[in-house]
Design a binder for this molecule. Structure first.
Ligand code: PMP
Length: 434
């Protein structure tokens, strides 16, 4: 069992200078946050010296864990040469070449500092390119905290609206009605209803935004038919298709778009492509990305950013991608399979009603055996189970394994099969205590 008195004491200080002692809701825990001191391979050592296997990877961004020598060398060298400049640097060209080589739909790339900003920029590009205001998104999907895209993650069914006309529900208190009116909500993975709703709003839609495996909506992979429908209908109504690959880029050498053979107009990127440093990018077809082109007078969309394309993120991202060889992806795929097989066997053996969704190096535990297809089915099946999964994550933490509170488990190239087996062994110890 973990002993964390130093964290408890630090949290007392934090409460005096930060709201609820916290600056990032995703890492908040009760009764207090545990503070990290350092990372080693696939482990995090906290300020009390406890070591735990890290199956969160800073929310999926640390695909190589903590020890990747190539990233450390690149970052150290850049640190010596200067952290950032009011000038362009060579790294931004190289990283863009690598992304364009890997992602079939990408010709041009533009950088910012987070996935939130990447999605925000993609929305602005789509609006500038089409001259339209509305954005369609899938119910329950998380795309960061930009106002139009953070809508409709409502956990209370009474606010959802009818299945064929989901409400645009505010997430942040104080969201203006005008913002809500600019959002069109479609049910994830429902081809017929999705098409009907999109066509009804057709002339006003700038873009449809989709994550092919939205974590908060269940980490259920999109069906090929659903994505094909989105591509076909957006083309017909003159809207852009934006793929949010902030998380799913890690699903394969060519991203989720390569895995599905889908050709979006724009892609939002973040996390993995910065090698552990802050990053975001909007990327896509060059005629669309041309709204940013400054070579012929004022561009249609203004965009700068003090830390956009900062060289630390560029060089670390290049090193991270270089280490993401086809063999590295095979390894990540194998880790995911090993987890899926092992944990499913454990659930069966212990007679626990549970299932695992996800693909490759991303998996999510659900403590039910309902059919999960979208946000509504995930929330309804979850019920008390959602709180149980959070409780399980706390028990696992005490057993030496860190997973996300919603049951998301994420693997890195720093892991071996032994680490996966250790994670499963921790589940075997934690589950009886639920
Ligand atoms: N899109 C998706 C699919 C995400 O999962 C996230 C973050 N988890 C974001 C966008 C926002 O990225 P960031 O936290 O870097 O702003």
């Amino acid at each position: 069992t973990s002993q964390t008195p130093e964290s408890a004491a630090l949290y007392e200080r934090a409460k005096k200078v930060m709201p609820g002692g916290n600056t990032r809701h995703t890492v908040f825990r009760k009764p207090y946050q545990v503070y990290a001191a350092r990372g080693e391979g696939c482990r995090i050592i906290d300020i009390d010296g406890n070591s735990r296997i890290d199956a969160v990877g800073n929310f999926t961004s640390l695909i190589h864990g903590y020890g990747c020598e190539a990233i450390r060398v690149a970052a150290r060298e850049q640190l010596e040469n200067g952290l950032c400049f009011g000038m362009a640097t060579p790294g931004e060209v190289r990283l863009s070449e690598m992304l364009a080589e890997r992602l079939p739909s990408v010709e041009h790339v533009r950088y910012c500092n987070s996935g939130t900003e990447a999605v925000m920029n993609a929305v602005k590009v789509a609006r500038a390119y089409t001259g339209r205001a509305k954005i369609a998104k899938c119910e329950g999907a998380y795309h960061g905290t930009y106002d139009v895209v953070e809508t409709s993650q409502e956990a209370r069914p009474e606010n959802w609206g009818e299945p064929d006309a989901p409400n645009s529900v505010p997430t942040a208190a104080g969201t203006p009605q005008g913002v809500l009116d600019d959002v069109v909500v479609i049910p994830f993975n429902n081809v017929e209803l999705g098409e009907k709703i999109l066509r009804a709003k057709g002339n006003d839609l700038a873009a449809v935004l989709v994550d092919v495996m939205p974590n908060r909506a269940g980490l259920v992979p999109a069906t090929q038919e659903f994505l094909d429908m989105l591509r076909r209908v957006t083309r017909e109504i003159g809207a852009l298709l934006i793929l949010d690959e902030v998380i799913t880029f890690r699903l394969g050498y060519n991203g989720a778009q390569g895995r599905y053979g889908i050709d979006p107009d724009l892609t939002a990127l973040g996390k993995v492509i910065g090698g552990g440093f802050p990053i975001g990018a909007v990327a896509g077809r060059k005629d669309v990305m041309a709204v940013y082109d400054p070579t012929n007078g004022a561009p249609r969309v203004q965009h700068g950013g003090t830390f956009s394309a900062n060289p630390m993120s560029m060089v670390a991202g290049i090193a991270a991608l270089e280490a993401l060889t086809p063999q590295a992806y095979d390894h990540l795929e194998a880790l995911g399979e090993r987890f899926q097989t092992g944990i499913t066997a454990l659930f069966d053996e212990m007679g626990i009603d549970a299932q695992v969704t996800g693909l490759a190096s991303l998996r999510r535990i659900h403590l039910n055996r309902a059919s999960l297809t979208d946000f509504r089915s995930t929330v309804l099946a979850g019920g008390d189970g959602a709180a149980k999964v959070a409780a399980l994550s706390r028990l696992l933490f005490d057993e030496g394994v860190i997973i996300a509170a919603n049951g998301l488990v994420c693997f890195s190239t720093a892991m071996t099969f032994d680490d996966i087996d250790d994670i499963i062994a921790a589940f075997a110890r934690a589950l009886p205590k639920l």
